[in-house]
Design a protein around this ligand. Structure first.
Ligand code: XMP
Length: 513
């Protein structure tokens, strides 16, 4: 694929992926690379712009991540953000010192728009809010640099050397709290680097389809379809490229949301692919009898899933390619070292050991989630499928606390359906990133009509998040919660109490098991 490239050099900050997403939002293709990438390799990649990310360190400590000064001599424009900004100053002979007053959060910032990188942003005022997070600051700018922003506490919040095309921002333009932040990134990309904005999902679809055709020839392809956004978009892309050389196996474990199994089947009914749905609910339920430990549940479902998939795949015989719905954040994260295992995630992509195939293809490997959605729309998938909220591989099985029974599954499906319906009616479905019901194992006393009840407590969970690694509980208006709760207790048997989960992640997780 030929398009201009921007490199985001990762110095270990927490917003690195966000920077890359913002660059893509500006219509510019970018890749995140480690700060350890050699200058030779960078030259080979031939980027039209480079961005240094933030990071948790102090530039003057010996062990802090750094890079050769040569990078500034390549003639490629560089933008340093936060730590990246300080590193640029430090390496080029400026001085970085410890702040007397650290700056955290929203900060009034004064910008110089006179013939600077900010000057291109016509509607930007000379004073606006930026989002800061630093305990060091640039106390002396390197030779040839001009200070182009400051705050009441910090004499240099941004600097530039226009001639050498070097720019540095002490604050984080990638976070929404920085007013005009995206426009600043865009200004760097378009005005300093000369990017034309050639990265669109329309172009991507076209070239990806051509590339897949070339690669696959008349080979057979197998894809595990979960009905989630990633596997659905991958299926759509491949079907456009190779039609019925593609077989999709959809293992319905019975723990989908209400009507969802049928919806997935319907969505692919008219596509020119081989679509196999395996209704395996009984098989899964029999393995889960008397199982109430969350990790055992997850492992049992994961293993059974592979078994069922394998049985079906064997019927097809040898395939040439197995598709995985890996997306770019997984690629970046897998390079980030070993995080502690909080829960063993089950993803329907990961089956390579169990099926005979020659090669894996990952057609979404370079895309962020929002790009995957745009691509889905471009390829003609329905809004409902494309905007489907994330759903865990083990499905409702991990939203029923304790042992799963048919009755509990039905209760949860009905209650969850009502909650989702009310969220959509209130117009919140695109604003809240994930929302669902959890059937707890707790029962309590209630009264209905003149009778005492002793029934289940249902929990409602709704979160807002950008990366699902941290999350806030959604501040749903009381009226919406009230309508949902009242409908659920009236329309679904065996629920007489409803609670709303108001914990953030951490310390809680999004799912309950
Ligand atoms: P937690 O509960 O860990 O969830 O805060 C973070 C996100 O991951 C989803 N999730 C899963 N996704 N397979 C998946 O594909 C899984 O086994 C799984 N478990 C949790 C969860 O819904 C949330 O979006």
């Amino acid at each position: 694929m030929s398009h201009q490239l921007c490199i985001v050099l990762d110095f270990g900050g927490q917003y690195n992926q966000l920077i890359a997403r913002r660059v893509r939002e500006c219509g510019v293709y970018c890749e995140v690379k480690s700060y350890k990438t050699s200058i030779e390799e960078i030259k080979k990649l031939n980027p039209s712009g480079i961005i240094f990310t933030g990071g948790p360190n102090s530039v003057y400590l010996e062990e802090s991540p750094s890079i050769s000064k040569e990078i500034f001599e390549l003639g490629i424009p560089v933008l340093g953000i936060c730590y990246g900004c300080q590193l640029m100053a430090h390496l080029l002979g400026g001085k970085v010192s410890s702040c007397e007053t650290s700056e955290y959060g929203k900060t009034d910032t004064y910008y110089d728009k006179n013939d600077t990188i900010f000057g291109y942003i016509q509607d930007m005022p000379e004073k606006a809010i930026s989002w800061m997070s630093h305990t060091d600051y640039i106390s002396e700018v390197p030779e040839g640099f001009k200070i182009i922003a400051h705050t009441d506490n910090c004499p240099c919040s941004a600097m530039e050397n226009k001639e050498k095309k070097l720019y540095a921002l002490q604050f984080h333009p990638e976070v929404n709290h920085t007013e005009y932040g995206l426009k600043m990134i865009n200004s760097f990309l378009k005005n300093a680097c000369g990017f034309t904005g050639d990265w669109t999902m329309k172009n991507y679809a076209k070239t990806a389809i051509e590339d897949i055709k070339k690669k696959v020839g008349d080979g057979k392809i197998l894809l595990a379809l979960s009905g989630g956004v990633d596997s659905s978009v991958a299926a759509a892309l491949l079907s456009k490229a190779v039609g019925n050389q593609l077989t999709c196996i959809f293992v319905d474990h019975g723990f989908m949301r209400k009507n969802e199994g049928d919806e997935v089947e319907k969505a692919f009914a008219d596509w020119d692919i081989n679509f196999i749905r395996v209704n395996a609910k009984e098989q899964f339920m029999s393995k889960l009898r008397n199982v109430s430990d969350p990790e055992t549940k997850r492992k049992t479902i994961g293993e059974e899933f592979i078994r069922v998939f394998e049985q079906e795949a064997k019927k097809i015989g040898t395939v040439d390619y197995l598709v995985q719905g890996t997306i770019y954040p997984d690629v970046i994260e897998s390079g980030a070292g070993d995080a502690a295992v909080i829960k063993s995630h089950h993803n329907v992509g990961g089956l390579p050991d169990y099926v005979d195939f020659k090669e894996i293809i990952e057609p979404l490997r370079m895309l962020f989630k929002d790009e995957v959605r745009q691509l889905g729309i471009e390829l003609g998938l329905s809004e409902v499928l494309v905007w489907r909220q994330p759903f865990p591989g083990p499905g409702l099985a991990i939203r029923i606390i304790g042992e799963i029974t048919d009755e509990k599954l039905e209760i949860l499906q009905d209650a969850d359906y009502i909650f989702r319906e009310e969220i959509a009616k209130a117009g919140l479905d695109h604003k809240i990133n994930q929302y669902f019901a959890v059937l707890t194992s707790m029962r309590s006393v209630g009264v209905m009509g003149d009778f005492r009840t002793y029934d289940y407590t249902l929990a409602l969970r709704a979160v807002t998040t950008t990366d699902f690694m941290t999350a806030d509980f959604a501040k749903i208006p009381y009226e919406v919660l009230e309508t949902a709760a009242s409908r659920i207790v009236n329309e679904v048997n065996h629920i007489n109490r409803i609670v709303y989960d108001v914990t953030t992640k951490p310390p809680a997780t999004i799912e309950w098991e």
